[in-house]
Design a protein around this ligand. Structure first.
Ligand code: IMP
Ligand code: MG
Length: 179
């Protein structure tokens, strides 16, 4: 597999689509086992997670629902910092078995701010499924219940992840080549 260039940056192959699919299959089997008879509600966070969410959801064979939200963060005008609001979460989460689907957890900031909003809606349970995690970049500890790959703190592209809005359609994951 060869490198790809997006705008000014070069990326090299990092995780093949075969590896991704094998890993997602295993994650799906584990979720099947853990949620048998519980009809979980998956909440996929757009944009980055759409491809992972699609493949993970196909790998699950128990009864389950999925919905999609977009998180918008605003630069804080007050000392409270970034405010994260969800767009499109219409479902009631009361007493639901909720599983958040994220593409990548980097600093953990997004989920650190967003999870309390979900907890406020009193779900029966709340778990996290993430395809990727950069443990050395984590600033806010997030407990990831279903993790695809633990990766070094380098910028990644493909399989839903973008650089300047591009590269999401790449079927495998690439890593930034340091110049
Ligand atoms: P966090 O809030 O720092 O955990 O980062 C969350 C979001 O940043 C992710 O959901 C991604 O959309 C984006 N992100 C983090 N690392 C990368 C990367 O390596 N490539 C592309 N997007 C990334
Ligand atoms: Mg994201």
């Amino acid at each position: 597999m060869s490198n790809v260039v997006v705008n000014d940056k070069t990326f090299q192959p990092f995780i093949s689509s075969e590896e991704i699919h094998e890993r997602i299959k295993v994650m799906g089997k584990q979720i099947d086992k853990d949620y048998e008879g519980k009809r979980p509600l998956f909440i996929a966070i757009l944009n980055g997670s759409f491809m992972f969410a699609s493949d993970l959801f196909k790998s699950i064979s128990i009864e389950a629902e999925i919905c999609f939200i977009k998180l918008a963060s605003y630069k804080g005008t007050s000392s409270t910092g970034n405010l994260i609001t969800s767009i499109g979460l219409d479902e009631s989460l009361v007493n639901r078995e909720v599983v958040i689907i994220e593409d990548i957890i980097d600093t953990g900031n997004t989920l650190h701010q967003f999870l309390p909003q979900i907890q406020n809606q009193q779900p029966a349970s709340l778990k996290i499924a993430a395809l990727l995690n950069k443990p050395t970049a984590m600033k806010y500890p997030i407990n990831i219940d279903y993790l695809g790959f633990s990766v070094p703190d380098k910028f990644l592209l493909g399989f839903g992840l973008d650089y300047d809005g591009l590269g999401r359609n790449l079927p495998q994951i690439y890593q930034l080549v340091n110049e």
